[in-house]
Design a protein around this ligand. Structure first.
Ligand code: SF4
Length: 123
């Protein structure tokens, strides 16, 4: 049996949550104050999720790259594959903030969206 201790990041209380596991099976979770802490700790131990932020190439934009972000967490173990997708993207200005650039990234349900708007160069 292994014991993991995590600090819940869902609110400033920062509860210390303890998870006891046997392989990938969760045996017990303790130390959380509300259900969000339990859910966070279980997810973090079984399949951690993160927001991905990066940049993509943009043609005719006022800058050479456009900041992008996923609009939901994606599994941490898919980050390398997700970055391969993002490196393959080239968009063309103008782009609006929150514009969807990749729908349902790697079937995660998360979209890659523009973090900001960008005009065409010289406009
Ligand atoms: S378990 Fe609940 S109260 Fe504790 S840090 Fe997480 S969200 Fe906040």
């Amino acid at each position: 049996m292994t014991t993991k201790e995590l600090i819940c990041v869902n609110c400033p209380m920062g509860c210390r949550v303890k998870v006891e596991m046997e392989g990938q099976t969760i045996l017990s979770v303790s130390g959380y104050t509300c259900p969000r802490g339990k859910e966070y700790a279980e997810q973090e131990c079984v399949r951690p999720m993160r927001i991905l932020t990066s940049t993509v190439r943009i043609l005719n934009g006022e800058h050479r790259v456009l900041p992008v972000i996923t609009n939901a967490d994606i599994p941490l173990d898919l980050m390398t594959e997700a970055m391969d997708v993002i490196r393959g993207i080239t968009v063309e200005a103008p782009v609006e903030a929150d514009q969807v650039l990749v729908h349902d990234l790697l079937h995660t349900g998360a979209d890659v969206i523009a973090s900001r708007s960008m005009r065409r160069a010289g406009h």
